[in-house]
Every structure is written in structure tokens, then in C-alpha cells.
Design a protein around this ligand. Structure first.
Ligand code: SAH
Ligand code: DHB
Ligand code: MG
Length: 230
């Protein structure tokens, strides 16, 4: 098994299932042009997020970690006309590039980028007493994953879906010798999920253009639902 093979299969699936898309390609070019890191979700992963949002009929989505708005475009396109994606980004330059990309994708009306530290912005969302989010995508610094998960849960309702990126990190998550702050952040997140009766969750390993990584996803359930730990 090799990265080359994973890339070839990802490219093959893309060629069959994901037609070239001007706005998404322009977003990647602008991101590269501006010198932003190329750490956005892969096209196949972006489409998975898009499909999850559609299956779920999400109307309000929270994203933590915008970068150049690539995943935001995939998610924003899954929303109905009156939908809203609020995406939190700490880096002003990232937010500027993302804003232009989102505008080019025709999503300015549904996607809102808020600039700041996510841990400062999340309490503001709570204070605003907005409608709860139907879906959250957590994809910022990994150290704060546990806090992001708790906020996403607080801002959600029974039935909301919380997706967290980068929980595998090439297998580091299960390597007892790896105690880097990012991996510890992922493990603390999984400990929280495991101990949380209000969610039922899984994690899926992925290979492809993003190397070897994966997503965790947690469905918010009623505490008395019989299958909440199954
Ligand atoms: N979701 C994007 C990729 C996000 S990369 C996509 O797939 O297209 C992670 C982003 O999180 C970076 O832009 C980084 O600046 C941002 N970030 C890191 N720490 C943050 C924090 N504390 N608050 C908000 N954003 C943060
Ligand atoms: C990194 C962050 C991500 O969100 C990602 O998907 C891949 C890599 C990183 O910080 O290296
Ligand atoms: Mg990520």
C-alpha cells in the first residue's frame, strides 16, 4: 500500500464522480497563490461533507477553521437558500482569501466568516442565542479539539451531527510513543466523546490525497435513547 496508489484511486474516483468545478479550483489556486498551507480537505472528503449535510438536510452549519474556504464551499453548497454556515478563523489573511473564494462561489449570502480565536468566538455565538446548529465541522488547531467539541455540543440540538477532522494523523492517535500536543488533543476529544451520554459516535480512517487520516463523527442523541452507546 502506498501513497501513490491511494492518490491514483482518489484521482480515479474523482474523475468519475466529481466533475471539474470552477469555483473550487479557483479557491485552491487562490489559496496557493496567497501562500496558504495546502491542508484543506481533499475533494472526495469535501464531497463527503457536502453529502452528509444534504442527507441531514442541515440548514445551519458551524465550521471551526476556515483556511481558504474550501470545505466551506462544499458545505455551503449543501445548504438551502435560507441556510447559514458560520465559519470561524483566527488568521486574517486566511479569512480574506476565504471571503474572496466564497464570493466567487456565489455563497456570500449563506456563508459568514468570523475572525478571531475560536474559543473567543464560540461564547459569542452562545450569547447571541442563535438557533442551534444542525451540523458542525471541527477542523482548526487540534489541541483545542476537546473544547471545540464541548462548544459544538452546547450549540447543537438532538439530531445534530458533529464531524471532527484529522483524528488519525497517520496512525499517531494509537501510537503510545506519540504524546505530541495535537495527538493528545485528539485523544482527549475521544475520551470526552466516550464519556458523553448525549452522543453516539464513530471514527473512520481515510487514505487518499490527504495521506492517511480520518474523521470522527458524533450524532447528538437524547440521553434516554436506548441506543445511545451502541
Ligand atoms: N476546514 C478547512 C481547513 C482548515 S485548516 C478546509 O478543509 O478547507 C485549519 C484552520 O484553522 C487554519 O486556517 C487556521 O488558521 C485555523 N485556526 C487555527 N487555530 C485556530 C483558532 N484557535 N481559532 C480559529 N481558527 C484557528
Ligand atoms: C493540518 C491541519 C488540518 O486540518 C489538516 O486537515 C491537515 C493538516 C496541520 O495542521 O498540519
Ligand atoms: Mg483538517
Amino acid at each position: 500500500m502506498s501513497q501513490d496508489l491511494w492518490n491514483a484511486v482518489d484521482s480515479y474516483f474523482l474523475s468519475k464522480l466529481t466533475p471539474p468545478d470552477e469555483a473550487l479550483e479557483a479557491a485552491l489556486s487562490a489559496s496557493k497563490e496567497a501562500g496558504l498551507p495546502s491542508i484543506q480537505v481533499s475533494p472526495a472528503q469535501g464531497k463527503l461533507l457536502h453529502l452528509l449535510a444534504r442527507v441531514h438536510k442541515a440548514r445551519r452549519i458551524l465550521e471551526i477553521g476556515t483556511l481558504a474556504g474550501y470545505s466551506a464551499i462544499w458545505l455551503g453548497r449543501a445548504l438551502p437558500e435560507n441556510g447559514r454556515l458560520i465559519s470561524l478563523e483566527i488568521d486574517q489573511r486566511h479569512a480574506e482569501v476565504a471571503l474572496a473564494n466564497i464570493s466567487r462561489a456565489g455563497l456570500s449570502e449563506v456563508v459568514e466568516i468570523r475572525l478571531g480565536r475560536a474559543l473567543d468566538l464560540l461564547p459569542v455565538l452562545a450569547e447571541e442565542q442563535q438557533e442551534p446548529f444542525d451540523m458542525a465541522f471541527i477542523d482548526a488547531d487540534k489541541v483545542s479539539n476537546p473544547e471545540y467539541f464541548e462548544w459544538a455540543l452546547r450549540l447543537s440540538h438532538v439530531g445534530s451531527l458533529i464531524v471532527i477532522d484529522n483524528v488519525v494523523r497517520a496512525g499517531a492517535v494509537a501510537d503510545p510513543a506519540d504524546d505530541s500536543p495535537e495527538v493528545v488533543g485528539v485523544r482527549r476529544l475521544l475520551d470526552l466523546i466516550a464519556a458523553e451520554p448525549r452522543v453516539t459516535a464513530t471514527a473512520i480512517q481515510t487514505v487518499g490525497l490527504k495521506g492517511y487520516d480520518g474523521f470522527a463523527m458524533a450524532l447528538v442523541v437524547g440521553e434516554n435513547e436506548p441506543d445511545h452507546t451502541a
